[in-house]
Design a protein around this ligand. Structure first.
Ligand code: CMP
Length: 140
């Protein structure tokens, strides 16, 4: 089925100037960018976006990393987009990510891991709505 997923290029990858290389991987896999915005998250934004992880030991570090610089946020659309994007990203911990994945190639650590992608249809819908009003999503 054609799905949508929320993708974030994190501050480490934006700082490395690899937005274009990461977009090429999305496009090469048949995923279309149908909405995008570059933004500096506030602490409140990051805490709200990652609210599901509030009780996890890494929450504080995750929030401070995500506000350390601008991020590039996009909605990707395509056949099986959620799993396809997760396959392109590779494992959360770049040390465990398969060769040729975005995290294996661009990430430095489990915190500075280059990209975020929704993990399921329900979270994708919530995460997309967090960043984009429907009128700013341009499905083709
Ligand atoms: P992300 O997919 O953005 O979702 C939550 C983030 O928390 C995750 O990527 C990692 O960057 C970060 N994180 C740090 N430590 C852990 C951990 N032990 N398990 C999962 N995520 C972690």
């Amino acid at each position: 089925a054609i799905e949508r997923t929320l993708s974030i290029i994190k501050p480490d990858a934006v700082a490395k100037n690899v937005i274009g290389q990461i977009y090429s991987r999305f496009e090469g896999a048949g995923l279309k960018v149908i909405a995008a915005r570059m933004m500096q998250l506030s602490q409140a934004d990051a805490e709200a976006f990652y609210a599901v992880h509030k009780e996890r030991p890494f929450f504080k570090d995750l929030v401070s990393f995500m506000i350390s610089g601008p991020v590039m946020v996009q909605v990707l659309e395509g056949e099986g987009a959620i799993l396809k994007n997760r396959d392109l990203m590779g494992a959360t911990d770049p040390k465990k990510a398969d060769k040729g994945t975005i995290r294996a190639d661009f990430a430095d650590s489990i915190d500075a891991n280059a990209v975020h992608g929704s993990d399921a249809a329900e979270t994708a819908a919530v995460e997309i709505a967090f960043f984009f009003p429907a009128m700013n999503i341009h499905s083709r």
